[in-house]
Design a protein around this ligand. Sequence first.
Ligand SMILES: [Zn+2]
Ligand SMILES: [Zn+2]
Ligand SMILES: [Zn+2]
Length: 325
Amino acid sequence: MAVNRELAEQKEIFAAYLKKKKLKITRQRQVILDNFLKTEGHLSTEELYNQVRQKDRTIGYATVSRTMKALTDAGLAREIDLGDSRSRFEPLYKRPHHHHIICVECQKAIEFLSPELEQLQEQVVSRYRFRPLRHHFQVFGVCEDCQEHRPVRLEDFDSDLVFARDALRIALQTERNGVNFYQALATAAKDPRGKKAFLDMAAEEGKHLRELEGEWDALIKRNKRILKAPEFLHFDYNELNRLFPSPEELQKRGVERLSLEEALHLALSMEQGAHSFFKRYAERFNDTRGKSIFQKFAEEELEHCDLIQQECDRLLGPSNPSSPA
Ligand SMILES: [Zn+2]
Ligand SMILES: [Zn+2]
Ligand SMILES: [Zn+2]
């Protein structure tokens, strides 16, 4: 559910929209707006109508339908087709762009986002010199529960919270890889100055790891239910192993034969790679909690770059040409 500040922002947007259209903010419109903004998932006009009728018997179906069209027009809702020929809407404001996998029997909709899929679409579209405005991607099928004739679990989740959960998971995994990477470099280092530098970096990554774990705990404590939500952000975890090679991979690359200079340069290029990867990654998303998690993470990786650069200057001399491009 959107936080209070976001609820207020959306109400302001809707008020401004109504004013522009010379329409009044009636009590009925207010009730419909409040109900819609507080829902998660994909609400049909009928479902919303039934909800608001419990609060105000004077609200008619046509008013609900017109208000939803207005909310869509104002950019606060998106109409979606779950293949059941009902008009359905989902909140749009500060929600991550996503796609749906829809069960044609129970109408359950699983939401997902795959940056690889987005990139592929962009490539194809740009080949036609097309300027894309929006797109939908829906897969219709039969869910696991319906295939097995099990009772259906219909649950809706706030896509932004689930996106934030998945973003934190990726950041946590990257930090863990970072700690392991520096510990492996420290173990392999012959030069005591190098050993110390890498242990310090492992401690630094460990500090960030604990901060991220704190964020994770806070997110989950407030929203225990989202642990049950299916994976939303489909991420290629192999990418993380390219950013910070595992201790086994380092072994294969002959890490213990690296000179101090080579080891520092390896660390620097890994940090730079991680920074630019997460910076570019964050740019793909619209304004959401998940995006800001990735942005903040990219900034932290930049701090690590600076720390390694300082070690390079200190241990190899300031003339050493390893400054980030
Ligand atoms: Zn189903
Ligand atoms: Zn959705
Ligand atoms: Zn898309």
